[in-house]
Design a protein. Structure first.
Length: 151
C-alpha cells in the first residue's frame, strides 16, 4: 500500500473501531510519538506495543465517529506524507457532538508505518472520553514530581 492508502486505512480503522487490524499497519519495529501528549508518554516502538495501545479498555463512553476533512500532503520524500484530518462524531451516551483535529507525519516503507508523529488535541480527547479531570490530576502530579526532582 502507498503512504496515502496506509493513512486512510489507519484513520478509518480507528473511526470504525477495527482495533485488531490497526497494529498490522505498522512495521514490527517502528517509532510512534505523540508530541502534544501532556503526560509525555514514551514512544511506541513495536507492533506489540501498538497492539497494547489499540486494545479497547471498555472504560468510558462509546464514540460514534468518522474521519473527515482529510487533506494529504505529499512530500519530496516518497515515503513521507503529512495528513490533516479530524474525527467528527458524537458521544453515544449523551449525544454530545465533538470534533477532534489531528495531523500525522507518517513514514511508510514497504506498505508499513515505520515512524509517525501524531499531533492531537489531547484535552478534547480526554473531555469527550470523560477523562479530563483524571488528565488534569495526572499532569499536576507529573509537574509536582518534576519540581521535586529539580528542587
Amino acid at each position: 500500500m502507498s503512504p496515502r492508502e496506509v493513512f486512510l486505512a489507519l484513520v478509518n480503522g480507528v473511526a470504525e473501531g477495527r482495533w485488531d487490524e490497526l497494529p498490522g499497519l505498522y512495521a514490527e519495529q517502528t517509532h510512534v510519538v505523540h508530541p502534544f501528549d501532556p503526560l509525555r508518554a514514551p514512544a511506541l516502538r513495536s507492533r506489540d506495543e501498538l497492539r497494547e495501545h489499540f486494545r479497547p479498555t471498555g472504560a468510558g463512553p462509546h464514540l460514534d465517529r468518522r474521519a473527515a476533512g482529510i487533506t494529504i500532503h505529499e512530500t519530496t520524500d516518497p515515503e513521507v506524507i503529512v495528513a490533516e484530518f479530524e474525527y467528527r462524531g458524537t458521544v453515544t451516551e449523551t449525544g454530545e457532538p465533538f470534533a477532534l483535529p489531528g495531523i500525522f507525519v507518517l513514514r511508510v516503507r514497504d506498505g508499513e508505518i515505520v515512524s509517525s508523529r501524531d499531533y492531537f488535541d489531547h484535552l478534547t480527547a480526554a473531555r469527550v472520553r470523560g477523562q479530563l479531570d483524571g488528565l488534569v490530576t495526572a499532569v499536576k502530579a507529573a509537574l509536582s514530581e518534576a519540581g521535586d526532582a529539580t528542587g
